[in-house]
Each structure stands twice: as C-alpha cells, then as structure tokens.
Design a protein around this ligand. Sequence first.
Ligand code: FAD
Length: 407
Amino acid sequence: MKHVIIGAGAAGLNAARKIRSLRPADEISVISAEDSIYSRCLLHHFISGERTVEAMNFVAPDFFSQQRIQWLKDAPVQSLDTARKQVRLQTGDTVNYDTLLIATGSLATIPPIPNLRTANQVFVLRSLADAKALAHGARAGMAAVVIGGGLVGFDAAVGLAAKGVRVSVVEMADRILPLQLDKKSAAKYEALCGEQGIDIYTGQSVREVLLNQTNDVLGVKLSGNRIIEASVLVVAAGVRPHIEWLKDPAIKLGKGIIIDEHCRTTADSVFAAGDATGKTGIWPQAVKQGLTAAANMCGQEKTLTDNFSLKNSLNFFGLKTVSLGVPETPDDTYDVEIYETPAVYKKLIHKGGIVYGAIFQGDIDYSGIWTGIIGHPLSISALNAKDIFDIDYSDFYKMTPDGQYCY
Ligand SMILES: Cc1cc2nc3c(=O)[nH]c(=O)nc-3n(C[C@H](O)[C@H](O)[C@H](O)COP(=O)(O)OP(=O)(O)OC[C@H]3O[C@@H](n4cnc5c(N)ncnc54)[C@H](O)[C@@H]3O)c2cc1C
C-alpha cells in the first residue's frame, strides 16, 4: 500500500508519523514545495536573527530516514488526477498513490487597498521564503507598517522590532490579537509594545498606500486620515487555503477542501487536513486533522470529535498568555468570572454550566485543565461552592459502576 502526503507541515508530518506507527510495512511519500522543515509559528525568531532554519525544525533531523519515509522536497505539485490516482509535479514527474492526504496549508491574502498591489517593498509572512525576504528588505533604522494585528502581524512586528526596525501596527478591531484576547489582556501587550518602540493603531484601517513615482512605499493613510511614514509594508490581513492548483472535479471545494468528520474529501481515497480545509488556521487543529486523516487512511474509523479550534498560547516580551475559545462574551446572556492582580489576569466566560472561553495571563498554570473542560465539554455547574480559579481534574472525577474513574 502506498500513502502519499502533499505538504510537510503540521498536518502532513504528523500524519506521516502516525501512518508509519500504524503500518510499519507500507510505503509513505511526503511531497513538499519547500526544501526545509520548519514551524511557521517560529518565523519571527528567524526575522530577528534569534533562530536559524535548523532551530525552527519541529521534527528530528533524521525524521525521514528514521521513519522510512521518502521526502520529495522542492517539488511543487501541479495537479491531481483522482481517476488515475496520480499526482503530477511541476517537473512533469508523476507519483501514484493508494491513499492521498492533501495538507498544503494556506497563502496570505492581499486586501484591495488602493496602491497596495502595485507597491514595491510589500511583504507577507507565511513561509520561510517570505521571512527571508522580509528580513532582507527591512533593515535596522527603517520604518515598517504592519497591516493587521492578529497572530501573524504581531509576530512580524515583534521580529522586526527586535532587529531595530521602527514598527507601527494597524488593526481594524479595537485591540490587537482580537481573536485571542479581550480588551484588558490585549492592553498589557499594547503597553509592552509601547516600551519596545512598536506603535499600535487600533480601530483603524489602512485606506491608501502612499507611493512615489517609482512605486516605492512612502507610507500609509489611515481611515482617520492620519499618515504613517514607512518604507516597508507587511500585509497580515488573513489567509486563504493553498489549493489554487487543485482542479480535479471529484474534489469539492468550499471555503477550502471540503472534508467530513473522518477528514475524507469527496474523492475516493483522498483526505485533507490543516489550513487547506479552511476549517482551521492554527497549528494544534492541523495536527489533529492530520492524525485523524492518517488513521482513516490506514483503515481505522477515526472521527474528528474536537473541533475546538480557538486555542493559543502566546509568549511575547516575557508575558505568557493562554487563550481558549471566545475571548469576549458573544452577548449578555453569558456570565463572566474574573481574577485579577497587578501581574495576573484570568477570565472565564460561561453559560448554563458550560465554559465557552478562558484567558490566563501572567499565570498559565493549570490552564490545560480548562482546555479539557472546554473541549470536552465538562459542566462546571456542580462546582458552585468552589473557587472557580482553584480547581483541578479531581473536581470532575466520577466513578463508574465497575469502579473505574471517569470525568
Ligand atoms: C507567522 C505565523 C505565525 C503563526 N503563529 C501561530 C501560533 O502562534 N499558533 C498557532 O496555533 N498557529 C500559528 N500559525 C498558524 C500555523 O502555522 C498553521 O495553522 C499551520 O502551520 C497549518 O499547518 P498545515 O499543515 O495545514 O500547513 P503548513 O504548516 O503551512 O504546511 C504546508 C505544507 O504544504 C507544502 N505545499 C504547499 N503547496 C504545495 C504544493 N503545491 N506542492 C507541494 N507542497 C506544497 C508547503 O511546502 C508546506 O510543507 C502561524 C502561522 C504563521 C504564518
């Protein structure tokens, strides 16, 4: 049996490892457009010069030989023919499969801001090649504007500031990292940004890019007409699945590659996982989908039960935060619990005994419990008498009739 995986990222390599553990004798090939293995979440450390490419590898250096996996690197896939069960590379070579996993990740989107698409010195941050271009194009003493204050934009800002670039971040929402943080926890990072020389403009958008006659960037004009001078722009305003090469009619596409709860696509023996599905934009969920797809590629009936996709740990300027689920109450039918000291901020959002969101900042001990409680989900209704921020797993133990512990 031959398993082929397109993509050597979070979903692809975790799937490959899982298939090897389930099927020691099967053939496995991983195809990737790039020639190195690295975690995208660490790219800001590469921009700042704190990490080499090797130090961003998230598998052992001998992963492929040790796992007996063929790695076709620097080999972009051009097309897929599901009728022939065949992948065609841009080189013209073909690779046949019995089962196929598509895990090609995502690409940055460029919003339709006047002059943005014609400007020189505009960068995105998705890949190592992007990080190399940005590190080369933005040098100490230059001024850069980052469009978008989400995870990717914030990473770019931190990486650039660490190498001496003067950075401004423009974010449409009323705070940075709006998917992960509420106003209060975001304010801590915004204050730390100020100390690091990063200017934050929230509640505003870039209305126009200002160019000279040769299309070099002079700055940006914001929605409130403020002008920020800069010679470099970084666009971090969203992603789209990296599937423009996928034209086979048997594979239905929606926001991304459509998959069922087994990570099966609409084509026979073809699975998809990670950002390419448009269902997730974060690492842990890509891993889970990859593992689910792998089990099903090996004939197991594994269902992806945990679609809990808003889960992030942040560590910027020495301040650690874990954010789970929603950071703000969706409406006023939800209850909020807060614990706060000058150094620590904890928040829980719940309704009818079910927790929908949690933020732990400054003290992230025991936050893992809340990942389980929210993901499961476990009811907190029975804990009324207890300090909600002082619970552990034992508070959820029950005993089954045969004497086993369960939650
Ligand atoms: C700067 C940055 C910071 C981030 N920070 C965080 C964070 O803090 N926390 C978090 O949870 N998530 C973070 N993410 C998101 C996270 O990295 C992604 O969700 C995750 O990498 C998705 O995994 P994946 O396997 O779907 O795709 P990827 O890891 O993107 O891998 C895609 C693979 O497909 C290959 N490929 C693409 N097209 C082709 C083709 N045509 N032919 C062959 N190979 C191809 C690529 O070479 C690559 O090997 C960040 C992302 C970025 C860019």
